[in-house]
Design a protein. Structure first.
Length: 190
């Protein structure tokens, strides 16, 4: 659903993606960008993304979205997909504002498991822990889930960071009761 939404974006200009992982969103972003820097903390993830995405205008590098090596006002668009909950959101959003050009756009995809109530919320937590332990064979990182934001909390933090929310859409697969709602938020640097 998110890739379909990204494919409807206008041109992204000079863009950066944080938390590219295996390149799941990178391919779609590359079609919309004049140039794209795909970043991740993990060198192994960058290797996988590099093997998946062969576009000549895409470069890959290790970066921490909370404290990048990029100069101020470097990008027209920053994409932070399904990453903000692993960071200190205030630091991350401040860094996004710093590296965006005036009028630049931040696109963030936020998951909001707290929007699921009762049994569905409990089921979601169990599934996340189960897949983390079996799929990645590791326990969740310390503080995992501590920085999960609701849509309202994310919007408030964006505004406090000097980013004006332009639009917000929520995606949820109605065929799956435990599907975590995803918010696709576009904000501009004021």
């Amino acid at each position: 659903m998110v890739r379909q939404r990204v494919s409807r974006e206008d041109r992204l200009g000079k863009a950066v993606e944080f938390g590219c992982g295996t390149g799941f969103f990178t391919e779609t972003l590359a079609r919309k960008a004049d140039s794209l820097v795909a970043t991740d903390l993990s060198p192994r993830m960058l290797e996988l993304a590099r093997a998946r995405v062969r576009a000549p205008h895409v470069t890959f590098q290790a970066e921490d979205c909370q404290a990048t090596t990029f100069p101020p006002d470097a990008f027209d668009t920053a994409f932070v997909g399904l990453v903000i909950h692993f960071t200190e959101p205030t630091r991350t959003l401040g860094e996004m504002r710093r590296i965006l050009k005036p009028g630049g756009t931040l696109i963030t995809v936020n998951l909001d498991p707290r929007a699921l109530g009762g049994f569905h919320g409990l089921r979601c937590v169990v599934r996340v822990l189960y897949h983390g332990l079996t799929g990645y064979r590791t326990k969740p990182p310390k503080g995992f889930g501590r920085n999960v934001l609701t849509e309202r909390e994310l919007r408030d933090l964006l505004e406090q960071s000097g980013l004006k929310v332009a639009s917000s859409e929520t995606f949820k697969d109605p065929s799956r009761s435990s599907n975590i709602p995803l918010e696709y938020v576009r904000a501009t640097k004021s």
